[in-house]
Design a protein around this ligand. Sequence first.
Ligand code: FAD
Length: 324
Amino acid sequence: MPQEYEIIIVGGGPAGLSAGIFIARQKVSCLLISKDLGGQLNLIPKLENYPGTIMSSGPLLAKTLENQFLMFGGEMIYDTVERVDEVESGIKVKTTRSEFTAKAIVVAPGKVPNNLGVENESAFVNKGIHYCTKCDAPFYQGKTTAVIGVGAYLLESGILLSRMASKIYMIYKGGALGGDKEMIAAIEKKENIELVPQSSVKSISGGNNLQTITIVDNSGTEKVVNVDGLFVEMGSKINLDFIKHIVKLNTKNEIEVESDGKTSHPAIFAAGDASSIPYKQIVAACSGGANAGLSAFNYVEKLKGRPGIRADWKKTIGDTVFHY
Ligand SMILES: Cc1cc2nc3c(=O)[nH]c(=O)nc-3n(C[C@H](O)[C@H](O)[C@H](O)COP(=O)(O)OP(=O)(O)OC[C@H]3O[C@@H](n4cnc5c(N)ncnc54)[C@H](O)[C@@H]3O)c2cc1C
């Protein structure tokens, strides 16, 4: 028999953990299933833009969120969710090792950035190689950088870097930049951007930190360039194979959500980078997680014939709302 919970959360990144804090605090049975703790937070050794913290790191934030979730009585297991289906009692969640059922679920599986695929790449992650320009460009004030990428990711990265770095090599496969015309016009006017079309990065090297990249063009000509940082903006993978048959996705393969985390399925709520929110940042993932968590809780309360709550600092017992 599958184990039963009132609410199950998929994903142990900031969105899933935040949903968990808001659900567990209401004292409903809640299980969080994740492949790992923290998700993309593990790629952030220096975290500067999470409000309320000055010198923090992604892993530290993940551990703090986990402690907060467990402190309120949430349960967590490490496993991979393989399939989610509707059943008579609610939602069935099949993992690699077990099966569970819940009245509602919150889905927050995030995403994984695509890497460049060159030798030694992992040795220079956060030591010159970065996968999120809007997160890490501020570390390159006055420095020499390069960005290799595709489509809108490349354009946005070039513009952001041009405000911080002294020099930016924009490397791309095609002959001309593609995408938003205004962004392209802005890039073409920037004196600190050098366009490097029909090219790719063949190799990277350095000591403790990245120092040089070798650029190769379509004719096979190689050029070695000294850089302090290389931004890889090749998009990212969102894997929603386990759920895409029962919730509506948008054209970017994200789960469509309303501002309160509701999806096209009444018992399924979603948050974070795998959802259709505009800004994929930690604070947005936490906020989305809180909304989706409270919406899932309210959905379960409604099934019990109870009114639900508007904010988690009010407690509802029967029809009476207690403020404290
Ligand atoms: C290099 C890098 C640097 C960044 N720096 C910053 C920064 O400085 N500031 C900032 O605000 N944002 C930053 N971001 C963005 C930020 O990390 C993300 O917006 C945020 O982590 C999204 O949270 P999430 O919970 O939606 O997803 P994720 O963090 O991706 O977490 C998803 C979780 O779900 C789990 N999961 C996925 N599929 C399954 C499954 N089938 N079964 C079970 N578990 C599953 C994963 O293992 C993971 O634990 C950065 C991102 C990157 C890649």
